[in-house]
Design a protein. Sequence first.
Length: 409
Amino acid sequence: MDLSPMIQLRGGVCRAILAGACLLNLSSGALAAESIRVLLSADVPRLVIHAEGPLWAMDGYGHGRTLRGSVQVSVSDAGFLLNGVHMQTEQLTLDGGTQGLTLTFPRLVRKQTGATMSSGDSGTEISVSGFIHLVRKGKGFQVINRVDFEEYVKGVVPAEVSSTWHPEMLKAQAVAARTYALYQQMLSGAREYDVAATVQDQVYRGKQGVDAGILRAVEETRGLVVTYDGAPIYAAFSSTAAGLTEDAMNVWSKEYPYLKGVECPFDLMSPYYQWKSSFKIDTLEQNLRQQGFPVGTITAMMPLSFSRGGRVAKLRVLHSGGELIIRGEELRKAVGYTIIPSTQFAIESIGRDVVLSGFGAGHAVGMCQWGAKELAELGYPFSTILRYYYPGTELQSMTLTKPPIPPPS
């Protein structure tokens, strides 16, 4: 997809729009998945579930009972407790019917050791469609929402971008979210869930923030996914590229033919385009050790190599025990993704505090959300936006005949 006229004239007043929209290749393959399993929490000790009407609870053996109102679920030695009543089962399914369910998770508090534990207070609340599947894991349980695929997409789009953004950008986000989820579902294998509801995959908040604009974006792209060679792609996206988007190989050491860097001078209005941040060197040392890196007292740190997009690929860390080479993304993980928004940074100073200045937010692979927003405002349709950020791809129906082939690790 050639956007070179726009790239060259982006600094001026050019508002040229590519003529025509992409033709959609609607393949006739196997029926697409109708629902998806979303991991809401990997390990909780208890949970309050509320239904407006009757709440049907069924154990792993097919035995069920009808409950009403709010139900507090916790684990027992050999199963679950529902409002104090024991159910001997390793798995539990709860269904609130067409009105769905509201879940209230316990609030987590951080201990001085850095570990987390639940308090007695109510914490995060989420309202969802579909039903809830609980799976015992150690002293807690997984919370999995099995929900209609399109309802899931409706819950992702407003969690990832503002519902006030241009309709064509919302459509692009809906298709990218649907594609990412289908890709993960097709590769989930024997796992109890397909995707997580966090940035581990893509953020999902159930019914929260779903308005008329979101509904329209999802409905007008219903069933459409981005494909490469007839299979759904790993539709990565992030907030702000601030320059070139990045090759997947430079971030994850995996080769995806459609995740190649493209020019992105469209995200200048992003609040994350330029940033400055600092963190304690002690925090970095501690977190690196927790992640298995043998590091002593850090005395110096400097970029060692850069990607084609100008992002820090590797850093040299000098410490009392020698030298450590880490990737830029490993530094972000060790310090925190909100503290180091991207690997496109420079080290301004280092002492007991490290001061960074940088550009962009996220891994910058695939679609740039703020760039897509600007392209939509310039008049580009969602199909063109997606084909630009994912070179060599097409739009197809979810009725695909080919499963994705993951790249070699």
